[in-house]
Design a protein around this ligand. Sequence first.
Ligand code: SF4
Length: 294
Amino acid sequence: MLPDRATVLASLQDYIEQLREEGLDGLPAVNQPSAASAGLQPRTADVAAATATMKPATMADSPDEKKLTVKRDDSARQAQSPVNTPANTATELFYRYPGLERVADLDTLREFIGACTRCKLAPGRTKLVFGVGNPNAELMFVGEAPGADEDLQGEPFVGRAGQLLTDIIERGMGMSRNDVYICNVIKCRPPENRNPEPDEVSNCEPFLFRQIDLVRPKAIVGLGTFAVQALLKVKTPISKLRGNWHQVRGIKMMPTFHPAYLLRNPADKRLVWADIQEVMKLLGQPIPPSRSRR
Ligand code: SF4
């Protein structure tokens, strides 16, 4: 006798939790003709419900893959690979917030988010920090979460770290801050500037992914450990990820240190400048030999 749907889903949830604890970062979505024909393949909505609090499934590297396989969180391989497999599929947006995939521009996306109470950060915020800049930017910067200044002003990167980011853009790259698009993974300030928690990330990141889809920049710069790990769904340290191109939603992403880190470790500005030069090369921008920069 076949188990009922609830039992299958409970077993599936336990199994996925176990895999996650073992460091695996997703299950490829593959055809399972034998399971389907046996009536065991759960409906899409059931899978969504079962995995709502988990990491999303990822597509198999090969569309011809027939067996259910597990993709390991191979940090060393990811650190060496110039382009990683995108960790977040469009279907993730559909599961969590139906209709989000149909939002067609940034203004409508901001309206969609509204006075958001979708996670526990909502009561503590002063202003929701959506994002700022050119909606058609070739370059997008993604940070972690708003700090105190950003929370008050409702704009990302406006404190001391924000000033340093502006210097990187304007004095280093020779661009205007208005030329690029700047946002964070999390839209509301965590209390005491603590790191965002997994449930907060999973609730808020669909908005970031939609921002990325709508801006469609040529390149993304991921700022700091948390933002980069959230974008790539890895635990690899930023020191191993930076300097190499990765891929997020089909767009090249260069990880680099967060400006707040640079305020504490100014010697590493040279590493950030090396990363930024790679970005400028990708954008086809001339690299000034002696541009005034800190
Ligand atoms: S952090 Fe994101 S999900 Fe949470 S309340 Fe703010 S906008 Fe909503």
